[in-house]
Design a protein. Structure first.
Length: 653
């Protein structure tokens, strides 16, 4: 193996400067497998950077180092930090994502195997287009066999390295059998197009290495040192890839934290990190337990939560920053008062710190609505990371488009939006004919729909579908005094919109139904204040049309707990800390599900540097009723001396 000239002692001292003892051990470990259990805020990126720099300083050829990350941003940060330490000596290190590394290998090796290396990579829209062709050829209804659901099943199969035959053999239902058939035809079409999707990049690389000894040995010899970041987030295919590449020399260093494994729904396999020592019995294990982010009180609280998990490696974070403010547990009467408290508290905090250092974290995106409304009222600039603002989500825009058709008789833009939501055999051409007819006859859009039988150049089925839609909208528009939420509920039910979402059980559809439920709650509360349909639409328009985000402007951050991983803030508000929200209702009765929810809570808590708030509402509104909530079990797992409660006056009830 080619060697570079070893660094001087002074340069070595510079590379290792500022590292604590466990970090130093991890950076200087040379031969054999290494498991670095890096707790939240323990400086794992620093360790990765220094480790690569140290290897090169010891004469290791940069091109023989493969450093795998999960995002391009992380890969670029790693490369920039290494370059800052080593300058041009760092050139040649493969610091990149799994997908980028696999793409480079496939491009390099396919030519020699007689395969075209100039394959195209299909994006999400390409995949949907191909899957729709597949379903059409298999005579499968998109309503029953959602293209996105079929693609999700195929993606999960590829994560496990299953081809269509394996998926067929493991099918436990008629639906899964059809999914296997769709998988087979989908792959055939990809082959005809000389294309791959993102899952193929990893799966095909694994198969390439397994099936070709000379190629496998080539890359085993090339990559003498392999580092993998966020190892707890790897799936089966990624696990097999790293295992294959490291098989001959075992110089595999993985960095991760089992307590931050929160992506099981994406295929991440917690066993990969928990059983690393079983796969590599000679491995050295180093725990990075010194935290450079949070106060000791926050760390102690987080430990007492996550330590209740059975499937974890024992470790406990500590910091030189002793003490700190207690964790604030704030209970308000309802969701509106909870959001108002957060807004008021942020206004106070903003006097001494920038808004961008404050984050509001929630379990599901549907929870953002109350906080967005409160922030708009208070004039607090905010930005949403990892998700759309509530009123910009597709299902919310669809629902409000129905309402605007009732409120604004000539709003043909709204008609264009909802004409095929759900599908009814009507499209842009049909909309043009309906709008032209309305203009010619001086009718509202709804009245024109009701008279669709008279509109030229619409087919019989199109006339029927248009009239059915018109009658639904006419029915509620004639009931002038009907509360907004009742109008909306009737539309969602009568048009089949919610029925379509419920017919395909996916996480996305479940989230959309939750968002629609939250929309109905906001409308019911609006009606209780005496506001009309027009009032609601005007208030909503002011809230959603005002784009408060400016990347150069100080703005509070809102995001889901999943999106917050890897980030840090001076102040964190974890909102909706109730049974059914965190832990989520879906996890109830599932021990592994509860453990993942507990890890999610741990991730949220350890984002906070100085102040951590838990907020919850004693009562929540559903569309049908108001119900009493229950405080999250995770709060109860924290010793009382670490908490400070602020509860609304129960005597006011």
């Amino acid at each position: 193996m080619a060697k570079t000239k070893p660094a001087t002692q002074s340069h070595l001292d510079e590379i290792l400067k500022g590292l604590n003892e466990p970090q130093r051990q991890a950076a200087t470990h040379m031969e054999g497998p290494l498991l670095i259990l890096a707790g939240a805020g323990s400086g794992k990126t620093t360790v990765l950077t220094r480790r690569v720099a140290y290897l090169i300083s010891q004469g290791v050829e940069p091109r023989s180092i493969l450093a795998i990350t999960f995002t391009n941003k992380a890969a670029n940060e790693l490369k920039n930090r290494i370059r800052a330490l080593l300058g041009d000596r760092a050139e040649g290190v493969w610091a990149m994502t799994f997908h980028a590394a696999c793409l480079r290998i496939l491009r390099a090796e396919y030519q020699g195997l007689g395969r075209n290396p100039r394959f195209s990579i299909m994006d999400a829209q390409d995949q949907l287009r191909i899957m729709r062709q597949v379903l059409k050829e298999l005579n499968l209804s998109e309503k029953q066999y959602s293209p996105s659901m079929m693609l999700r099943i195929i993606s999960s199969a590829k994560d496990k390295l299953w081809d269509p035959g394996v998926l067929a053999r493991n099918a436990g239902s008629f639906f899964e059998t059809k999914a296997a058939q769709a998988y087979e035809l989908y792959q055939k079409k990809l082959s005809e197009l000389n294309g791959m999707d993102f899952d193929d990049l990893i799966m095909q690389t694994v198969l390439l290495l397994k099936d070709n000894k000379h190629i496998r040995e080539k890359y085993q010899n090339k990559f003498r040192y392999i580092l993998v970041d966020e190892y707890q987030d790897t799936n089966r295919a990624q696990y097999e890839l790293t295992k294959l590449l490291a098989a001959s020399h075992k110089n595999l260093a993985v960095v991760g934290d089992d307590d931050q494994s929160i992506y099981n729904f994406r295929g991440a396999d917690l066993r990969n990190i928990l059983e690393f020592e079983k796969d590599y019995p000679s491995c050295k294990v180093i725990k990075l337990e010194q935290n450079y982010r949070s106060t000791q009180i926050i760390l102690d609280g987080a430990y007492h939560v996550v330590s209740n998990n059975y499937f974890r490696k024992d470790k406990r974070l500590w910091t030189a920053k002793k003490g700190g403010a207690p964790i604030h547990v704030v209970i308000r009467r309802d969701g509106n008062e909870e959001a108002q408290f957060v807004a008021d508290e942020i206004l106070k905090l903003s006097a001494t710190r920038p808004l961008e250092s404050i984050a509001v974290l929630y379990r599901t995106h549907a929870q953002s609505r109350n906080f967005e409304d409160a922030f708009v009222r208070a004039g607090i600039p905010y930005t949403i990371v990892g998700g759309l603002k509530f009123y910009e989500r597709k299902e919310i825009k669809d629902a409000l488009a129905y309402l605007r058709l009732i409120a604004y008789p000539k709003d043909y833009i709204s008609l264009e939006r909802i004409i095929s939501e759900p599908p009814r055999g009507l499209g842009p051409a049909s909309v043009r004919r309906i709008v032209q007819y309305a203009e010619q006859k001086g009718l509202s859009i709804i009245d024109a729909l009701c008279k669709a039988s008279e509109i030229p150049r619409l087919t019989g089925p199109q006339k029927t579908a248009a009239e059915e839609l018109g009658l639904v909208l006419k029915d509620v528009s004639d009931a002038e005094n009907l509360p907004t939420h009742e109008i909306m509920a009737h539309i969602l039910e009568s048009t089949g919109y919610t029925r379509q979402l419920m017919s395909i059980d996916t996480p996305e559809n479940e989230a959309r139904l939750e968002n629609l439920e939250e929309l109905l709650v906001s409308m019911r509360l609006s009606a209780s204040r005496g506001e009309t349909l027009y009032d609601y639409l005007e208030n909503q328009a002011l809230a959603s049309d005002q784009d408060m985000y400016d990347e150069n402007k100080d703005a509070c951050v809102m995001m889901s707990l999943h999106a917050a991983k890897g980030l840090e803030f001076d102040v964190v508000f974890m909102v909706g800390m109730e049974e059914g929200l965190l832990p989520h209702a879906r996890s109830m009765g599932d021990d592994k599900g509860i453990e993942e929810e507990r890890r999610l809570c741990y991730v949220g808590m350890t984002r906070a540097k100085e102040l951590l708030y838990f907020t919850l509402a004693a009562y929540r509104d559903s569309y049908y009723d108001t119900y009493l909530t229950g405080i999250s079990r995770f709060i109860k797992e924290i010793p009382q001396h670490l908490l400070e409660y602020e509860v609304f006056d129960w005597d006011d009830l």
